[in-house]
Ligand binder design. Structure first.
Ligand SMILES: *[C@@H]1O[C@H](CO)[C@@H](O)[C@H](O)[C@H]1NC(C)=O
Ligand SMILES: *[C@@H]1O[C@H](CO)[C@@H](O)[C@H](O)[C@H]1NC(C)=O
Ligand SMILES: *[C@@H]1O[C@H](CO)[C@@H](O)[C@H](O)[C@H]1NC(C)=O
Ligand SMILES: *[C@@H]1O[C@H](CO)[C@@H](O)[C@H](O)[C@H]1NC(C)=O
Ligand SMILES: *[C@@H]1O[C@H](CO)[C@@H](O)[C@H](O)[C@H]1NC(C)=O
Length: 399
């Protein structure tokens, strides 16, 4: 036990060094110490391995207070992983298949140690594209990003079997080229969706300390404003945008699993859109959390729609998070038709009036003031809307 405590001391020191300055030489030596410690840990923990043996995806909580809040959940302490010596972090591109791909465990562990508040250079918005295959709106996004290099980063999570070298992928050229992160298969309604979201967040945190805001998008999402408007809105926002609300009924509280109790009660259970927008602080906290992650993962047997509940509930459980969160989504969607999927828009739906409506026919709060810019993005648009959107973009959306 004493040994464990010493190890925690060493690890805490490692984290402090990391968070203060990235002094690589010190880092290297502390990693070696930590490596020794974690081996000792591994031996100790093998006695308690029962609760871990079935887990193939573990988030590693760092011993230091990474998150500014203390969650009420107290999961069993996991073994710190053997910290590997970092190589130069780079995104593998389709032409660069020999790059060693990190495991999710290693990825989350490394990302959880990235500094929260430090900012290097001009702040950037990280656009995280969670897609099945191609990016049909690549030409629209290309137009949107044009002339704003240095103010944004792009990351793509796509089905691993998808060939992004083909010219139809939307990823063979321009802003999406080489931006695909090591991805895994995602199934609709399953927990793998949440894992893919976290993989995107972790990659964006690690890749560039200038990434300060993180927005999740799908292949059917479009921007409703030009880059400068969206950039200022996000960079200057004092809140985060995770939709989170309590819904009585089968698609809300009805999806609560009793295995989540007593840590998460049905009263604390929340629902919300998968399409979030976070700041760096919260992104690091989300990545560092392993208690709720494992709890939800275990409770999610097959289809549990965790993507619509994990973050909305997580932010509700997290006191500071709940205070900072706006509880609304920045991505417009129409559920008014009912059913399992929101309304999907085709070519003929795309008119100037329709786009104007999405851009400003509602009011909401932004940084404590009332605004009519409530949504920066919208979904779900079918690929055949591209032509009209390209034509209307300069006229309606000013890009
Ligand atoms: C960690 O958080 C706890 C509870 O918020 C606090 O009492 C403690 O002082 C913190 N430790 C550090 C090192 O910040
Ligand atoms: C991917 O597409 C490119 C271009 O169409 C082709 O040359 C390549 O063979 C494809 N790769 C696979 C694994 O199918
Ligand atoms: C944020 O708001 C301040 C004050 O209104 C303004 O000066 C600044 O340009 C804004 N930043 C961005 C990135 O728009
Ligand atoms: C968001 O919801 C939380 C409860 O989960 C609440 O405490 C907070 O005040 C809400 N925030 C806003 C801006 O309504
Ligand atoms: C961007 O859009 C805003 C309106 O949302 C407009 O006022 C501004 O002029 C546009 N910027 C450019 C560079 O077109």
């Amino acid at each position: 036990m004493l040994k464990d405590r010493q190890c925690y001391g060493f690890l805490a020191l490692t984290m402090k060094i990391l968070n203060a300055h990235l002094n690589l030489i010190k880092l290297f030596s502390y990693f070696l110490i930590a490596l020794g410690c974690s081996l000792a840990f591994g031996i100790t923990l093998s006695f308690y391995s029962e609760s871990f043996s079935s887990l193939n995806h573990t988030h590693f909580q760092t011993p230091q207070n990474l998150s500014t809040t203390s969650a009420t959940v107290s999961p069993p302490s996991p073994p710190p992983p053997p910290p590997p010596i970092p190589e130069v972090l780079r995104l593998p591109t389709s032409s660069n298949n020999d790059v060693e791909v990190m495991s999710d465990e290693e990825l989350m562990w490394r990302a959880s140690m990235t500094p929260m508040n430090t900012q290097v250079g001009v702040p950037k918005v990280a656009f995280l594209f969670l897609v099945k295959g191609s990016i049909p709106f690549a030409p629209l996004w290309e137009k949107f990003f044009k002339g704003h290099q240095g103010f944004y980063s792009v990351y793509v999570h796509s089905d691993p079997s998808f060939n992004s070298s083909s010219s139809l992928s939307g990823m063979d050229d321009g802003v999406f080229r080489g931006r695909r992160i090591p991805s895994q298969e995602v199934e609709w309604g399953k927990f793998s969706m949440v894992e893919a979201e976290l993989r995107l967040l972790a990659n964006a945190l690690l890749d560039d300390p200038s990434n300060q805001r993180f927005v999740l998008l799908s292949e059917s999402c479009i921007p409703l404003f030009n880059f400068t408007t969206i950039y200022s809105y996000l960079i200057n926002a004092t809140q985060t945008y995770i939709e989170s609300y309590d819904l009585v009924g089968p698609t809300g509280r009805g999806r609560y699993k009793s295995q989540l109790g007593p840590t998460v009660t049905v009263r604390q259970w929340r629902k919300g859109s998968q399409w979030f927008e976070l700041d760096r602080d919260m992104a690091v906290q989300v990545i560092s959390d392993q208690g709720y992650f494992l709890l939800f993962k275990r409770a999610c047997k097959s289809s549990c729609y965790a993507d619509e509940h994990y973050l909305p509930t997580w932010v509700n459980m997290n006191k500071l998070g709940a205070r900072k969160n706006s509880n609304r989504s920045l991505t417009w969607v129409d559920w008014s038709k009912g059913g399992w999927h929101p309304a999907r828009y085709r070519r003929t739906h795309i008119t100037i009036e329709f786009l104007e409506r999405l851009r400003g026919k509602e009011t909401c709060e932004y940084n404590g003031k009332v605004t009519n810019i409530c949504y920066l993005f919208a979904r779900k648009f079918l690929p055949d809307t591209l032509y009209r959107l390209m034509i209307y973009a300069p006229r309606v959306m000013h890009f």
